[in-house]
Ligand binder design. Structure first.
Ligand SMILES: Cc1ncc(COP(=O)(O)O)c(C=O)c1O
Length: 405
């Protein structure tokens, strides 16, 4: 028998609780609100095939070769144009192509987190970020959210307390647009206050924005990255939700000094992002397809989101302790149940009723949020959404305690 001596850091690796639970949801009769996948009916097969053909025929020498670590120049050029059409003011030197935004999060951790470094995250937050920040032994400070995003007074108090101890947070990590998991958007007032707080305490903000282009209601807000005048925002972007996750392509927008560190860290990770995927994506954008696809996605998710909200309104028991978010874009919606309910216990009952979701505690760094859950509406079909919410509401109803007068 061989004895393996793993690195100390592997002690921070945890088997994902979500994955274990989701194994139970693979039966075909289960309606799953658990995933975070785009609707595959949006996949643009013909246009991708044409773009891939052009990548090989017109730039095959580059597409089949290593690319610069900074990213393929043709894709960078297309992304700069795309980002600037979305209200950003990006220059190529501020943009690094990464192997999807999960790699951006990995590089961020490598470059900014030492064991025990304080960082600030929203509660709840994206599980993939929590996982990689934990791997690097960050010292988490979680700030709760309300319907306008992270609660500013709590954030300010925490920042001040940490700074007073001489433990300035390495960064504040936020997902301002239709957050995964909550579907909540950070208000304009909080965008401004957050930047001001960062200015006052000389802090770095990390803006993770994979859903930003998927706004189907309400008013478009500027990104933190575009509002920042002091080089204190790193913005993570990806094709996964607005184009195809299968390409595994994302990009980081950041001050040159940070990009430079990310490039060096990326060299040790994968040398470069796949040139073939990059050039195919660049042709796809250059032919004007991306904007059309985003329009189609917004229409579809607006329809699906509305069906889910209508179904919740129709089937959920009327109880002042049950609340759900009303997203203006993206793919997710967040449900808060009465404090005494445990979404993990309900999960087993839900699976028996052939419906699944993700338990909210998985999105809290400290495992709190036991009475919360995330519902995805981008992947299930329209018919499934109504039926699934009806089943879920039945489970909630069964667990509801009579209110003591
Ligand atoms: C907030 C957030 N960040 C990052 C990612 C990672 O996306 P990808 O690595 O596919 O670009 C996701 C995926 O769900 C996400 O929701």
């Amino acid at each position: 028998m061989t004895t393996y001596t793993f690195s100390k850091m592997t002690a921070n690796l945890r088997r994902s609780e979500i994955r274990e639970l989701l194994k139970l949801t693979r039966r075909p009769e289960i309606i799953s609100f658990a995933g975070g996948l785009p609707d595959p009916s949006l996949f643009p097969y013909d246009e991708v095939a044409e773009s891939a053909e052009r990548a090989i025929r017109e730039r095959g020498d580059l597409a089949l070769q290593y690319s610069p670590t900074e990213g393929d120049p043709f894709l960078k050029e297309q992304l700069v144009k795309f980002m600037n059409s979305q209200g950003e003011n990006v220059r190529p030197e501020n943009l690094l192509i990464v192997s999807s935004s999960q790699q951006g999060l990995d590089l961020l951790s490598k470059v900014f987190i030492d064991p025990g470094s304080p960082i600030i995250v929203e509660m709840p937050s994206y599980v993939g970020s929590l996982q990689i920040f934990r791997f690097f032994s960050a010292d988490f400070h979680g700030i709760r959210m309300d319907a306008d995003g992270v609660i500013f007074e709590d954030l300010e108090r925490e920042v001040k307390a940490l700074c007073a101890e001489g433990r300035k947070p390495r960064f504040i990590y936020v997902i301002p647009d239709f957050q995964n998991p909550s579907g909540i958007t950070m208000s304009m007032e909080r965008h401004e206050k957050l930047l001001k707080l960062a200015h006052d305490h000389d802090l770095l903000i990390v803006e993770d924005a994979p859903y930003r282009e998927l706004r189907y209601a309400g008013k478009m807000l500027p990104s933190l990255y575009s509002m920042d005048k002091e080089n204190r925002v790193v913005c993570l972007k990806t094709f996964s939700k607005i184009f195809v996750p299968g390409f595994r392509i994302g990009w980081v927008l950041a001050p040159v000094e940070i990009i430079d560190k990310f490039v060096m860290a990326k060299q040790g990770t994968d040398l470069c992002t796949a040139a073939f995927n990059s050039i195919t994506a660049a042709y796809y954008i250059s032919m004007g397809h991306l904007n059309h696809l985003i329009e189609r996605a917004k229409k579809l998710y607006a329809q699906k989101g509305k069906i889910m909200l209508d179904a919740l309104e129709k089937y959920m028991p009327k109880d002042s302790d049950i609340w759900w978010s009303k997203p203006e874009g993206g793919m997710f919606l967040w449900v808060k149940l009465p404090e005494y309910m445990d979404a993990k216990e309900l999960f087993m009952q839900a699976v028996e009723q052939n419906v699944a979701y993700v338990i909210g505690s998985a999105f809290h760094w400290d495992g709190s949020g036991k009475n919360t859950l995330r519902l995805n509406y981008s992947f299930p079909s329209i018919d499934q959404i109504d039926k699934g919410v009806q089943r879920l509401a039945e489970v909630v109803k069964k667990n509801l305690r009579a209110k003591v007068a």
